[in-house]
Design a protein around this ligand. Structure first.
Ligand SMILES: Nc1ncnc2c1ncn2[C@@H]1O[C@H](COP(=O)(O)OP(=O)(O)OP(=O)(O)O)[C@@H](O)[C@H]1O
Length: 249
């Protein structure tokens, strides 16, 4: 079986510190795999190696069977690696609809002939409407990004990342800074998105992790100390001790 993502024996050191200590994990197609762990466990370091912002000292990363360990970030994106857009990359003076249209247009590149352009433009707007259809943003399509609430901007980031049609989407704390209702909307949006791509979800909000994850890997001091379903992880004594702490014990 080809996994969407396969990480094997990954090691990353910073001087004397081993931030990624022989990490192996897989993400299957259609799966949401959550990566949890306390502050400083090495989650960002691992994500940055998957994106190509950091190159590991040892080990391999395969995306859909292709060795991407040493590829540049843009080459990984071209092979189907997606990451949520940061709010700072949204265009404030343009509407939700226009921001989405731009991403779809960029995905297609200049890849159509002049006499196809009008047809293509109509197809792009159709795709924009489709992607908005089931989103909490549907009623805000004509609103400028500058006038959106924080949670709405996070929803737009997700739609823009999905519009790139990634095989694997890396989600770095999508619940951060969201209120209760906004978190519920984000959980619903991620749940709906699982039909479109596999996801590796780094998240501190355990309610969201337990609601969404098919499998969970627990990282502590750079090592995966446990991996399994939400029930496995909840019941694992080492995890309760190292991570969930008194809150769940
Ligand atoms: N560029 C760097 N140089 C030196 N040490 C680093 C560097 N980046 C991360 N570290 C160290 O590596 C370890 C893992 O950090 P990392 O940021 O990956 O953890 P994290 O799990 O993402 O934490 P958080 O949940 O707080 O974001 C920490 O001890 C951190 O201080």
């Amino acid at each position: 079986m080809t996994h969407v993502l396969e990480i094997s024996g990954l090691v990353k050191t910073f001087g004397g510190l081993t931030a990624t200590d022989h990490v192996s994990l897989t993400v299957n197609s259609g799966e949401i795999h959550a990566l949890i762990g306390p502050n400083g466990a090495g989650k960002s370091t691992l994500i940055n190696q998957i994106c190509g912002e950091l190159i590991p000292n040892a080990g391999q990363i395969h995306l859909a069977g292709r060795d991407i360990t040493r590829l540049a970030p843009a080459e990984r994106v071209a092979l189907g690696l997606g990451r949520t857009f940061q709010i700072t990359s949204l265009l404030d003076d343009m509407t939700v609809r226009e921001n989405l249209g731009l991403v779809i247009q960029a995905r297609e590149g200049g890849n159509f002939r002049i006499f196809d352009r009008a047809v293509r433009r109509a197809e792009i707007w159709d795709e924009v409407e489709q992607s908005l259809q089931t989103s909490a943003l549907a009623v805000r399509a004509g609103v400028r990004v500058a006038d959106l609430a924080h949670g709405e901007k996070k929803q737009l980031e997700l739609l823009m990342a999905l519009a790139q049609r990634p095989r694997l989407l890396l989600l770095d704390e999508p619940m951060a800074g969201l209120g209760h209702l906004e978190s519920q909307q984000m959980i619903a949006a991620l749940h709906a998105a699982r039909a479109e791509c596999a996801m590796l979800l780094v998240e501190h909000d355990m309610e969201a992790v337990f609601a969404l994850a098919d499998r969970i890997s627990v990282l502590v001091y750079g090592r995966i100390i446990a991996a399994g379903t939400a029930d496995d992880i909840r019941a694992n004594p080492a995890v309760r001790e190292a991570y969930l702490g008194e809150e769940d014990a």
